[in-house]
Design a protein around this ligand. Structure first.
Ligand SMILES: C[S@@+](CC[C@H](N)C(=O)[O-])C[C@H]1O[C@@H](n2cnc3c(N)ncnc32)[C@H](O)[C@@H]1O
Length: 252
């Protein structure tokens, strides 16, 4: 069995490769996999309707599996946290909505992603956003300081999902919400696949059964848990479990 640290090392290595090789999101291999047949996040990436095209062209590497900002009910002045912010796409969309009186923090554990996101922030002239290095399981964010947490295709990559949702609970204000797009399964991923680090980085092997995912959220103390969108992913080859992208929200 791989340790959590070994898994995160592989994920970091893969997303360093993705961001250093990505010149656009149209070619194979730029979106979490050299194998475009298995890169779930690439296939599940949603279009950003109504978003400033310069933000999408600059910061969307095609790594998401939903558009959590579209469901987050963001308002001017809010403080927003994006978990696994990548090249910054959802941070920048949120920053435009919350305006100059609001603030958006993106947290990511991969140096190359953070560097790319900061270059993008400067290029786009966005002043009400910042990027912090850190892990979702131990967020570099004050307790009870955040109005909305968003995350796009990341929590499936985190080996300790209980700890991730405990941290989400710690940093949200009471009554604050998280809105997460992620990959879940119906049925359990076999151990042989769990050990495959390329499939893990491709958002497949780290995904857990939807009911287990919802149970972890309930156990972390959230209420009003609602699935907002759900879309099945069709693999070219038959798989022993179903794979879905979902967007869900819950209240602290
Ligand atoms: C599939 S990409 C998604 C990026 C971005 N949310 C988007 O939609 O473009 C996953 C990102 O999450 C980051 N990540 C994965 N596990 C993490 C963890 N445990 N803590 C912090 N960041 C993590 C990776 O470094 C990578 O940038």
């Amino acid at each position: 069995m791989k340790t959590n640290e070994e898994i995160k090392h592989s994920v970091r290595k893969e997303y360093t490769r993705v961001v250093t090789q990505a010149t656009s999101c149209c070619g194979p291999g730029c979106c979490g996999s050299t194998d475009t047949e298995t890169s779930v996040s690439r296939k599940m990436n949603e279009r950003y309707e109504g978003v400033d095209s310069s933000i999408v062209a600059t910061a969307d590497l095609g790594l998401g599996c939903g558009t959590p900002t579209a469901f987050a009910g963001l308002e001017e002045g809010m403080t927003v946290l994006d978990l696994g912010s990548g090249a910054g796409i959802d941070v920048f969309v949120a920053a435009q909505t919350v305006g100059p009186t609001g603030h958006v923090i993106g947290v990511d554990m991969t140096d190359a992603m953070l560097e790319k996101a900061e270059r993008n922030r400067i290029k786009l002239g966005i002043r009400n956003a910042e990027f912090r290095k850190g892990e979702i399981e131990s967020l570099p964010v004050d307790s009870a300081s955040i109005d909305r947490i968003i995350s796009n295709c990341v929590i499936n990559l985190v080996p300790d999902k209980r700890r991730a949702f405990a941290e989400i609970s710690r940093v949200l204000k009471s009554g604050g919400k998280f809105i997460v797009s992620d990959i879940v399964t119906t049925g359990t991923v076999p151990d042989t696949m769990r050990e495959n680090m390329r499939l893990w980085a491709d958002c497949i092997s780290g995904a857990v059964d939807k009911e287990e995912y919802l149970a972890v959220i309930r156990e972390a103390g959230f209420h009003d848990i609602r699935i907002l969108t759900e879309k099945a992913y069709d693999f070219p080859e038959p798989m022993p479990f179903g794979v879905f992208s979902i967007t869900l929200e819950a209240v602290r």
